[in-house]
Design a protein around this ligand. Structure first.
Ligand code: ADP
Ligand code: MN
Length: 495
């Protein structure tokens, strides 16, 4: 007999319904888990990288912030190692290629570093290792080919130096160690797969700044805005241009100072890629407001200056009562302003909306007035005025996109104004507004100047002569004319 006594034969009764409900519960739980932890791949993409799939769940943001912190620490360690290895040696090695954080993303390189220092391209491909053309060395009997076992083994060992520094190869490099091809290749394979991981990260970072997405640093800025309660949620991307990405957001309830945050906001993120901005130099370099600051700036600061310029210009317009977005806050290269539109739908651009002939005429006169106000009260020329940068909302025209706007006495200010006039006048003439002035009449009406040339070429020449006169005045008197002399105030046009 069994010393433990007879086993009890009573089995726990379990109804079919119970079994089913347990299964159901499991399924439900699984579903929930799936919802809470979506595809790992999707998470790795980051909230702003995919464009459509914008998820600002703060857990993900937090994870990314931590990752960035981790990467920074890793880089710091790398720098320490670099320093230790180099010591006072005249010849130094650099681990730059193995950094995880793009130099523009790290705080340290942000403010002191200038153009020259940021030239280094961390994504530069390694030089291909050259092999001897002949493939052998030595003479007669002592000839050794590149396939020689000993030579090859030593070479393999030496080649381990090419692996990334975080890849531990022990102290074999210093010894007369001969690695067989087989072992070396296995090691190489492993080292490269490790390296590829960080390379992928690099690539993604590069992409995220180059294309429509925003870089980690910007994402952090946006996250902080949401976290501080200034913004409620960032819902999605309205527009991706060459120089900026615009997001829609619902305003939060944390009123900053005396300002109430609008219910809906537009966030304009000026792109941190430099290429596009280089050809905008002429707008800012010659703008005396920014003159002293231009020369000693690094690219990052120049981009911030565009955002700053847009903010100042919007404020001037706001003060003059011109319909335009209201500035909420400027943080580095991110400008938050009120949203023109409703329920996440941005107001249509003038080029995309079909107006009745009555509204068309109304819009024309409104724009004429706004251009005059801009010139006289704000002392500004839009410099990119067209049906692309005017929105139709609430039965009127709103001006946007004024980062490139300049003062009329800018060396090319009048040319910019003439171009604006041409765009406006062509749009409304094509749009069937019989009253629309031609570009030259419009120019005179806005500027109050009285240029009499009756053809485009002469008109342009007179404009340039005026600009030159202004520049000469700057040369001789060290300051600009406060305004261009005119025959009094421009006439105010009204319906
Ligand atoms: P870009 O320099 O890229 O042209 P814009 O300032 O013109 O930048 O913005 C791009 C687009 O984003 C605009 O055409 C408009 O559709 C939208 N947008 C920008 N600001 C606002 C805003 N405050 N409210 C609504 N939509 C906006
Ligand atoms: Mn625009």
């Amino acid at each position: 007999q069994c010393p433990w006594g007879a086993p009890s034969t009573t089995s726990i009764s379990c109804s079919l319904a119970d079994v089913m409900s347990e299964q159901l519960a499991k399924e439900l739980q699984l579903e929930e888990e799936n919802a809470a932890f979506p595809e790992v791949v999707a998470a790795a993409e980051g909230p702003f990288i995919t464009g459509e799939n914008i998820d600002t769940s703060s857990d993900l943001m937090l994870a990314q912030m931590l990752q960035m912190e981790f990467d920074r620490e890793y880089d710091a360690q790398l720098r320490r190692e670099e320093k230790k290895i180099n010591g006072d040696s005249k010849v130094s090695i650099s681990f730059e290629n193995y950094r995880k954080v793009h130099p523009y993303d790290s705080d340290s390189s942000e403010d002191e570093v200038d153009w020259q220092d940021t030239r280094h391209d961390p994504y530069r491909a390694d030089k291909p290792t050259t092999t001897s053309r002949r493939g052998f060395i030595g003479k007669g009997k002592d000839i050794t080919t590149k396939h020689d076992e000993v030579v090859c083994g030593r070479k393999n060992t030496a080649r381990m130096e090419n692996f990334a520094p975080e890849f531990q190869v022990g102290d074999g490099i210093g010894m007369d160690l001969k690695l067989s091809n087989q072992v070396f290749n296995a090691l190489k394979q492993h080292a490269y797969s490790e390296e590829r991981r960080s390379a992928r990260l690099h690539e993604k970072k590069e992409h995220s700044t180059a294309e429509k997405a925003v870089d980690p640093k910007t994402r952090l800025l946006l996250y902080k805005m949401v976290n501080s309660g200034m913004l409620e949620t960032i819902t999605g991307c309205i527009s991706t241009g060459k120089e900026s990405v615009v997001f829609h957001a619902y305003g939060g309830n944390s009123a900053t100072e005396d300002k109430v945050i609008p219910a809906e906001c537009a966030i304009k993120v000026f792109k941190t890629t430099l290429n596009e901005f280089k050809n905008r130099d002429k707008y800012i370099k010659d703008d005396y407001r920014f003159k002293d600051r231009f020369s000693k700036l690094n690219p990052r600061k120049i981009i911030r200056m565009w955002a700053e310029k847009e903010m100042h210009n919007l404020t001037r317009m706001q003060n003059a009562g011109i319909p335009c977005p209201q500035v909420v806050i400027l943080k580095k290269h991110v400008l938050v302003m009120s949203f023109i539109g409703q329920d996440q739908v941005p107001a249509p651009k003038l080029k995309d909306v079909t107006l009745s002939s009555e509204d068309m005429k109304k819009a024309y006169y409104q724009i004429l007035n706004m251009m005059q106000q801009l010139y006289r009260e704000c002392n500004l020329v839009h410099a990119d005025l067209s049906e692309y940068n005017m929105l139709w909302h609430d039965g009127k025209v709103w001006l946007i996109d004024v980062s490139q706007s300049v003062e009329p006495t800018h060396p090319h200010g009048l040319e910019f104004l003439f171009r604006d006039c041409r765009n406006v006048s062509q749009f409304f003439q094509k749009g069937g507004v019989a009253e629309a002035l031609n570009e030259r009449e419009l120019f005179n009406a806005v500027s109050g100047l009285n240029i009499t040339a009756d053809n485009e070429v002469d008109f342009q020449a007179e404009i340039e002569a005026l600009e030159k006169m202004n520049e000469d005045h700057v040369q001789n008197h060290g300051k600009k004319l406060s305004t261009f002399s005119s025959d009094g105030d421009p006439p105010i046009y009204d319906e």
